[in-house]
Write a protein that binds this ligand. Structure first.
Ligand SMILES: Cc1ncc(COP(=O)(O)O)c(C=O)c1O
Length: 399
């Protein structure tokens, strides 16, 4: 027997439910089955939601111009400027120096966690949430604690729960707005109340992940940074969702620090950014074109998504055994399994649905064992003909 080399506990504990369920799906595909995949929030995986041409042209032009070298570590200056102006339009003063371009929001998260967290620190994140908020902090000896989103009230933020969990070890208070996986959009009043709680804890910084902000259908969305007068806010956004280019791997963090309390942390973040060289240079030019050109095209993409979302909600309401709160934004449905036979073990539900009906969704407990179990998350992105097949199969399965 070959003796196995040890894996670090930091790596062996990483879970990413959204892609972990792909492993059995690939196995089925290798046996010749066709799987309808509704697990990943990638609009490009389906027809009708392409990356805009002017962004592709700018990316290609950068390649043709030999803009293929390393770029500055914090991002090319025109892009930092455009992001700063875009954030300023959302209601807070963001200079280009406040912007750091990263290899997607996911890299920004790793840099933030690496710069802020030490042994014993806490990240207070919504439950349910996008999985890296749980997976990464433990790499730095920190832990993620969840505050409750209220499943019986459209997944609204439970402010009392946040209040009861705040203490001096909470270094980062995360708000994902609009939320993945629930699609809930926080109101201005909720955001103000959350900021008021954080204001009492000088070591706490808010992380505002606003990557779905252009896909808000409620009209209630406000920028978190625009509401904070004291507590620092790190805004996260990028090309993946609202600019329909997730494979480009470009995003940013923008720092709103009214009292200038983040000088030391920013120095740490800048060191980390320099040590990882830069984000993709041609992709940054593509993003720049997206930010600076007219955004009329987005209206059409939003309509396509809303039509598919509404179709899903209608079908879910007609199926015995599942129900879903109407999401106010993004392209996910966080569906409650009401049939008790299935709700006790949402991962088994997902694997059985995959094996028997060849439809791949993600178990809710993968987004939060405490607050997400008994649910599954699906994307509403495929064309209606495919969604029709999906719901026929789910309905059959539940029978
Ligand atoms: C809330 C949230 N933040 C960040 C990301 C990933 O962002 P990026 O592609 O920029 O790394 C996702 C992807 O699904 C997400 O849902």
């Amino acid at each position: 027997m070959v003796e196995q080399v040890d894996v670090s506990s930091r790596a062996s504990q990483i879970e990413y439910a959204i892609r972990d369920v792909v492993i059995p799906a690939i196995e089925l595909e290798s046996q010749g089955h066709e799987i309808i995949k509704l697990n990943i929030g990638d609009p490009l995986a389906y027809e009708g939601l392409p990356t805009p041409n002017h962004m592709i042209d700018a990316f290609k032009k950068a390649l043709d111009n030999q803009d293929n070298g390393y770029s500055p570590s914090y991002g090319i200056s025109d892009l930092r400027q455009a992001i700063g102006e875009n954030e300023t339009q959302k209601g807070w003063i963001c200079s280009s120096d406040d912007v750091y371009v990263t290899h997607g929001v996911t890299e920004a998260l790793q840099i933030i966690f690496a710069a802020f967290l030490q042994e014993g620190d806490i990240v207070l994140a919504p439950g349910p949430h996008y999985p890296p908020y749980m997976a990464y902090p433990q790499m730095y000896g920190a832990t993620t604690m969840e505050y409750r989103l209220n499943s019986s009230d459209s997944w609204k933020i439970d402010l009392e729960d946040i209040n009861s969990k705040m203490n001096s070890n909470v270094r980062l208070l995360v708000i994902i707005n609009p939320n993945n996986p629930t699609g809930n959009v926080a109101t201005k009043e909720e955001i103000d109340a959350l900021i008021k709680i954080a204001d009492d804890w000088p070591k706490c910084t808010i992380v505002a992940d606003e990557i779905y902000d252009g896909l808000d259908f409620t009209g209630n969305l406000v920028s978190v940074a625009s509401r904070s007068q004291k507590t620092p806010v790190i805004v996260l956004n990028g090309v993946s969702k609202v600019y329909f280019a997730p494979g480009w791997r470009v995003g940013y963090m923008a720092i709103h620090d009214p009292n200038k309390s983040l000088k030391l942390v920013r120095d740490g973040m800048e060191r980390l950014l320099r040590s990882r060289l830069c984000a993709s240079t041609p992709a940054q030019y593509g993003f720049l074109a997206g930010l600076t050109a007219d955004k009329k095209w987005l209206g059409k993409h939003r309509l396509v998504i809303k039509e598919r979302l509404d179709y899903c909600l209608k079908r879910i309401s007609q199926i015995d055994g599942i129900e879903c709160e109407s999401p106010g934004a993004a392209f996910y449905l966080f569906v409650k399994i009401t049939k008790s036979k299935f709700s006790k073990d949402d991962k088994k539900f997902v694997l059985d649905l995959l094996h028997k009906k060849h439809v791949l969704v993600v178990h809710g407990s993968g987004f939060s064992p405490e607050f997400g179990s008994g649910h599954f998350r699906m994307v509403c992105l495929p064309p209606i003909e495919i969604l029709n097949i999906v719901f026929d199969r789910i309905s059959d399965f539940l029978k």
